[in-house]
Design a protein around this ligand. Sequence first.
Ligand SMILES: Nc1ncnc2c1ncn2[C@@H]1O[C@H](COP(=O)(O)OP(=O)(O)OP(=O)(O)O)[C@@H](O)[C@H]1O
Length: 315
Amino acid sequence: MIEVKALSKQFGAQMAVDNLSFRVERGQFCMLVGTSGCGKSTTLRMINRLIEPSRGQILINEQDVTRLPPEQLRRRIGYVIQGVGLFPHRSIHQNIATVPRLLGWKKADIDARVTELLTLFKLDATTFADKYPHQLSGGEQQRVGVARALAARPELLLMDEPFGALDPLTREHLQDELLRVQQLLGITIIMVTHDLEEAVKMADVIAVMDKGELLQLDSPEALLRHPREGFVQSLVGGLDRSLRLLAIKQVSQVMTPLQQPSASPAPTIAADANLRDAMALLIWEGADCLRVVDAAGKHLGQVTMPDLLQQGART
Ligand SMILES: Nc1ncnc2c1ncn2[C@@H]1O[C@H](COP(=O)(O)OP(=O)(O)OP(=O)(O)O)[C@@H](O)[C@H]1O
């Protein structure tokens, strides 16, 4: 869906991005990770032409967008940055309506879209539409920032450390929201983060960059199990690699049929919990088996300590 070919950006003598090539399919969530200054933001900003590439091509649906007028291109691409960048003197409604208005949508369509997006992000439309950004919490502002970026149904959403300034709980909550919305809308996302945890949790593919170059592009599991020697290995290869592997799978993916109930009933865990949480619960409860339940509390199966040890092991 989006393909970057031999993309480079030179600032004076410095190669901020050096001969970068990668492809992200429609509906995929791609994370760009790497240390500070490795060229992640520059890459993102070349895709929506806030920065002009020195060399290379960017194809969206096979069309070379480096030849399109930047304003026209940016209306097809949503962009969310850390700290949101909402217009302070415009209401939440006006903020979200920005691009649809530029595109000349009818008022009724704009109103309906604003309400739809606020509802999607669990913000009550009657309460929030007429508020101003300073009347919202950081987490609410960030949700509005994402809603605004999605307003005109862009084919691609670019996000530059969108949750970087939030406290850990709000951050986790918004990560879950974004994943839910992404799955619902099937939108393609490229997001920059310096947080490997966030990348592993959310991405279909992770692109690891260092000094302007792409070192590895892989699924979270492949990256954790087979990191390229050198920088990628030092980035992902800590002792907690096994726990990160557990964090990317859901309990429902590894559960087995429930055995006969034992004398002391096993603790329960939700089918959509991840395996790291299951491991934590087993340790905390001093148990060796958990019963897996759905949202209604119905028993679906079980996971055991040996199942989890196997999933987190080097293979
Ligand atoms: N407008 C500019 N003029 C000159 N150099 C720049 C400019 N923008 C970025 N750079 C340099 O290019 C390199 C890559 O910057 P970039 O912002 O893309 O890195 P990053 O990986 O996003 O870093 P961070 O995680 O700290 O945001 C850095 O060395 C930076 O100093």
